[in-house]
Design a protein around this ligand. Structure first.
Ligand code: CA
Length: 223
């Protein structure tokens, strides 16, 4: 579980980071809104903890910016601003929860667990799109520019997995773990083979290319 902590007060930040690391969470710390923004562009997080009063970009604004790109990452706001208006502002900006400082650390950890739990249960929307590619998880159909694309079941599930994780590099191991069952043998090139099948069907006669190889790391779907 990887957490981004955006907090400019170093003492508070190191206290929170240490406490979270004791729970075996991995924590990246950003000491300003701008640093936080850059980290979130580069990395994938399972949770963002956001202070509100921050240099460069305040927490409300950063929260809105994060939400533009990612509907799902849980965001917990943590601020000394504790009026109902501030909480409303934070929740309306896209935060999932808002705690005021000073706070009780055990309660904080419980809320972190709730957010993780909820994120796990949450299913992405029925229709996932990327550029002109559209996948419908109910009818299990795929179209590109409105034209139907026929996929085998395996190709479909591979594409669905990559699209759920769009804009995120997925390693061969992650793909294999999620798309193939436990009998999958490591060391076979089955993932690469299916990526090729899929690429031929969705990208070959279309632009922009959506399925990208990231050398040495895996595969990524993005515009
Ligand atoms: Ca602050």
């Amino acid at each position: 579980m990887k957490i981004l902590l955006v907090e400019d007060e170093l003492k508070v930040a190191s206290f929170i980071k240490k406490g979270l690391e004791e729970q075996t969470y991995v924590v990246d710390h950003a000491n300003s809104g701008l640093v936080g923004k850059n980290l979130i562009i580069k990395n994938q997080y399972d949770l963002v903890i956001l202070d509100v009063i921050l240099p460069h970009i305040n927490g409300f604004e950063l929260c809105r910016q994060i939400r533009k790109d990612d509907e799902y990452v849980p965001i917990l706001m943590l601020s000394a601003l504790n009026s109902p208006d501030d909480k409303i502002k934070g929740l309306d900006a896209g935060a999932d929860d808002y705690m005021s400082k000073p706070f009780n650390f055990s309660e904080f950890l419980a809320r972190v667990r709730v957010l993780f739990r909820r994120a796990h249960q949450q299913h992405p929307e029925t229709i996932i799109t990327l550029a002109d590619l559209e996948l419908n998880r109910d009818s299990k159909t795929v179209t590109r520019s409105g034209k139907h694309i026929t996929l085998t079941a395996k190709e479909y599930y591979l594409l669905e997995f990559l699209l759920i994780n769009k804009n995120r590099v997925m390693s061969r191991a992650e793909i294999a773990e999620n798309v193939w069952d436990a009998s999958f043998e490591n060391g076979t090139n089955i993932v690469d083979v299916y990526i090729n099948y899929l690429r031929n069907k969705i990208d070959k006669n279309n632009t922009p290319k959506l399925l990208h190889t990231v050398v040495g790391m895996g595969y990524l779907m993005k515009e």
